[in-house]
Design a protein around this ligand. Structure first.
Ligand code: C2E
Ligand code: CA
Ligand code: CA
Length: 555
């Protein structure tokens, strides 16, 4: 009798110390299945770990040396991706105690020795079919790791709850894990899955059984819950953060936001996207981890929509201008470089700060078009200065973290530069650490490529992130730009110590240092005494339009 001959051949793992028993089981199964053999639990685990996804069912003996069947069941129960593999116990004992103990420990069924081929084939076949059928249903409805409703099912079930109960006010609460991919790279898949399960449990502990839970994406959880106060949410957020701390997976950062479901005409999917927009708000604010969608935010939200709606025309109508902010060389006592910074004056909205529109353009992807535009304008100006015969200083422009998803970033930058025949060493490129944490490999490759083409690399906002020293060791950086934070906190003994170290490392690595955001003579003098090479800040000059910058250079 053959089982499941349709479709691809499934794989069955036989874990059994007795060679003869292994051979008998293999002989029974090998017509219908690919059979793998392990002589004890430990060997079985090793096979699973080297390709566990492929295994459809396990036949498991209980009494084995090294790692027995119970220990094996226990180990498998800890690994989320193996937990759903059906396990059939092969037992010689008639003692029902053993069987019950196995079923309690996660086994699905048992067959007893001596083996009856027909019974074994039938049980194995039906177990596999059952699991595959239920995993099809579950895959759509439930997230496979956490067991929470998948996005669509969360939406549907939430809609049902909201339309059925007009009495209770509900909120959507979202929880997002920052840089999940980075965590996965650092700590491995098993640990990250544990983290996801831990967060699920912490959410359930805090929101209780009368809330609805969903998994909106890889790193986003959602909860539909009875309306709560801001204080209430803040303390829940604190609890969740503590729960994660106790899981001791370093670098895990969570952000939270809540949005009230007051408008019944808005779909749950839009409610969730508004909740997440509110969440984006706190992502870039150090120390803030909870956002509430209130009326103040509502106004901001509509302004954002307006800004995003205007961007395409803005670039066509040349509303963006490039300003230059000098970098003062302390060694030469003169301007030694400049940074190109974009300015936007909209006909209706007036001056819009880059601090406001850059993050929006980053999330919409438009930033790359704008950055190329700024790069091109900078090259055009540089060409004019070169042609005028005056001494020319290097100018830097900014690349956003979002630019690194452009498939040919380095080549495009080179094309722009070559269009105006600008010597590459005159163009400096400012990159930030945040781009590094987004996607280390792409970032390192691209920056290396740019460096190899002769562009100088400036690491912007240094000290604002958390991977600072790692980046320095992995990348050819020419210039390091100290985040404004350091100028603000000048004089604190702890910080001065950190600065001293940064300067000595930079010196050893032959990297020049620019201090940003310097507004006073005291700050400038302090940086000078530490061996800083350049100062950029209002103390010397604000970012100024091209004509004014030319005047400044002449002085
Ligand atoms: P950033 O690259 O760190 O640029 C320096 C920012 O610090 C500029 O703010 C500049 O005006 C400001 N600044 C310079 N000196 C001082 C000072 O002494 N005190 C104070 N308080 N601020 C000072 P801005 O123009 O608001 O730009 C903010 C951020 O927007 C920039 O920070 C940069 O991340 C981004 N940005 C600006 N232009 C571009 C661009 O063309 N492309 C991209 N991707 N981002 C840009
Ligand atoms: Ca910059
Ligand atoms: Ca900066």
């Amino acid at each position: 009798m053959k089982e499941m001959s349709l479709g691809k051949k499934r794989t069955v793992l036989v874990v059994e110390d007795d060679l003869i028993n292994r051979e008998i089981l293999s002989a029974i199964l090998s017509d219908s299945y690919t059979v793998l053999q392990a002589e004890n639990g430990k060997a079985g685990l090793e096979i699973l770990e080297s390709g566990g996804k492929e295994i459809s069912l396990i036949l498991l003996d209980i009494q084995m040396p090294v790692m027995n069947g119970y220990e094996f069941l226990d180990a498998i129960g800890q690994i989320p991706s193996f937990r759903s593999i059906p396990i059939i116990i092969t037992t010689s004992s008639n003692a029902t105690d053993d069987e019950i103990k196995c079923l309690e420990n996660g086994a699905s069924d048992f067959v007893s020795k001596p083996y009856n081929p027909d019974i074994i084939l039938r049980r194995v076949g039906s177990m596999i079919r059952l699991r595959e059928a239920s995993s099809v249903i579950n895959r759509v409805e439930r997230d496979s790791v956490t067991g929470l409703y998948s996005r669509d099912f969360f939406y549907i079930n939430s809609e049902n709850i909201l339309s059925a109960s007009t009495q209770i006010e509900y909120d959507i609460f979202c929880c997002e894990i920052m840089s999940l991919k980075m965590l996965q790279d650092r700590h491995g898949k098993a640990k990250t899955e544990k983290l996801l399960i831990g967060i699920t449990k912490a959410l359930e502990d805090n929101f209780g059984f009368d809330s609805l839970y969903g998994k909106l994406s890889d790193n986003t959880f959602s909860v539909l819950t009875a309306h709560k106060s801001k204080e209430n949410y803040e303390s829940i957020s604190e609890n969740l953060r503590n729960a994660v701390k106790n899981m001791s997976i370093p670098d895990t950062v969570l952000h939270f936001s809540a949005y009230p479901c007051v408008d019944s005409t808005v779909s749950v999917s839009s409610l969730c996207s508004r909740t997440l927009t509110a969440l984006d708000e706190v992502k870039f604010q150090f120390g803030r981890q909870f956002a509430e969608f209130n009326s103040e935010f509502r106004d901001k939200y509509s302004r954002r929509h307006a800004i995003l709606g205007y961007m395409e025309t803005a670039i066509k109508e040349n509303q963006f201008e490039v300003y230059y902010q000098p970098k003062f060389s302390l060694g030469e006592e003169k301007v030694g470089g400049a940074e190109a910074i974009v300015r936007w004056t909209h006909p209706e909205l007036g001056f819009i700060s880059p601090g406001e529109f850059i993050p929006l353009f980053e999330s919409s992807g438009f930033i790359t078009e704008l950055d190329f535009y700024v790069a091109e304008r900078t090259c055009k100006d540089l060409r004019e200065w070169i042609d005028s015969g005056k001494p020319v200083i290097p100018v830097s422009f900014n690349l956003s973290r979002a630019d690194f998803s452009h498939p040919s970033l380095a080549e495009t930058v080179e094309n722009i530069t070559d269009k105006y025949s600008i010597p590459h060493e005159l163009l400096h490129i400012e990159v930030t650490e945040s781009a590094y944490t987004d996607n280390m490999k792409v970032f390192l490759d691209t920056v290396q490529k740019l460096h190899n083409k002769g562009f100088r690399i400036e690491l912007d906002d240094f000290g604002a992130g958390y991977s600072s020293l790692t980046v320095l060791s992995e990348l050819d950086i020419d210039i390091l730009k100290l985040d404004m934070y350091f100028a603000r906190n000048m004089g604190s003994p702890k910080q001065d110590l950190i600065l001293k170290h940064i300067f000595s490392i930079a010196q050893k690595l032959n990297i020049a240092v620019v201090a940003e955001g310097v507004e006073t003579k005291e700050q400038s003098d302090a940086f000078r005494s530490m061996g800083c090479d350049y100062i950029q800040g209002y103390y010397y000059s604000r970012p100024i339009p091209k004509a004014q910058f030319e005047e400044y250079l002449n002085k």
